[in-house]
Design a binder for this molecule. Structure first.
Ligand code: G3H
Ligand code: ZN
Length: 285
């Protein structure tokens, strides 16, 4: 069934567990996430990023409708979330497209302007019954980021300050906060080392649930420790694409004459579902 992100995050936090949020790019992603959640007997969040919307010609409705339909048809509780939204124009389309939650990303802006833009996004979101996540302290590495190499997982600059995070949460009214604690987007090796003391400090200082972005690069044991220390929403994207593309590549290497895409999309979707189930076992138990 289709459920709310807010209710999944609240329940996970109350139980001291995590809830994983997986990026949806194509229909096969949504199907693989649903299948992986059913296998793991866990709930999950399907998230569509502004970049993914751009990939679909800037049209939010078709991809959102497909993901929501997959969630409704699933035996697992699945929520639908709009991720890394920088444009107010896209934000305004979210309620009608069926989103119960959104991450508004003003993290590229200096502090005061981040607060101002995010507070505005929260007013809009709450006015339309949406749960709103925002980010303070950059988790670098997104495509197009100018400082892709400068702000890597271990860069001292990529950290959220606990006192500033508490102030930011109060000033913006956000429902959850994405923090920079050592992870970085788009890592294809699981080598990130998290700052567990900082996670504990943020958990004590910030009243709302914490979100870890760039979790593909974080080893299982680091993820378990992060959840135990108070990290609740765990965002995973790249690891799904690595499984998917790896399976497509393996198939095409074996069969260079294949024409029907279902022949290679089926094993790719299955590989992605296995990755989803593995992350869910780590994060939500
Ligand atoms: O918002 C999405 C996530 O932060 C995904 O990051 O692709 O590095 O796992 P990732
Ligand atoms: Zn992210």
């Amino acid at each position: 069934p289709l459920v709310g992100t807010g209710e999944l995050v609240t329940a996970a936090r109350a139980a001291g567990r995590g809830v994983a949020a997986f990026n949806v790019v194509t229909l096969e992603h949504a199907e693989a996430i649903a299948a992986g959640a059913e296998t793991a007997g866990a709930s999950a969040i399907l998230q569509i990023s502004e970049n993914a919307v751009r990939f679909h010609g800037g049209r939010l409705a078709p991809v959102a409708a497909a993901a929501a339909a997959v969630a409704r048809a699933s035996d697992a509780p699945l929520a639908l979330h709009l991720d890394h939204v920088e444009s107010f124009e896209l934000l305004r389309q979210a309620p009608a497209a069926g989103f119960g939650s959104v991450m508004f990303d003003a993290s590229k802006l200096p502090y005061a302007r981040n607060v101002e833009a995010t507070a505005r996004a929260v007013r809009f979101g709450h006015g339309h019954g949406m749960w709103v996540e925002a980010e303070l302290g950059r988790v670098g590495g997104k495509p197009g980021d100018p400082d892709r190499t400068a702000l890597d997982a271990h860069a001292p600059g990529a950290r959220t300050d606990p006192a500033e995070a508490a102030e930011y949460t109060a000033a913006t009214g956000v429902d959850a906060l994405a923090v920079a604690v050592g992870s970085s987007h788009a890592m294809t090796e699981r080598t990130a080392v998290l700052d567990h003391d900082l996670i504990g400090e943020l958990r004590r200082t910030v009243p709302v649930p914490l979100v870890l972005h760039g979790s593909s690069g974080v080893p299982d044991e680091e993820l378990r420790r992060a959840v135990a220390a108070g990290m609740t929403k765990i965002n995973v994207g790249t690891a799904l694409n690595a499984s998917f593309t790896g399976a497509v590549r393996a198939f095409l290497e074996r069969d260079a004459a294949v024409v029907d895409p279902r022949k290679y999309l089926r094993p790719a979707r299955e590989a992605m579902a296995e990755t989803v189930a593995a992350f869910l076992k780590t994060v939500s138990s």
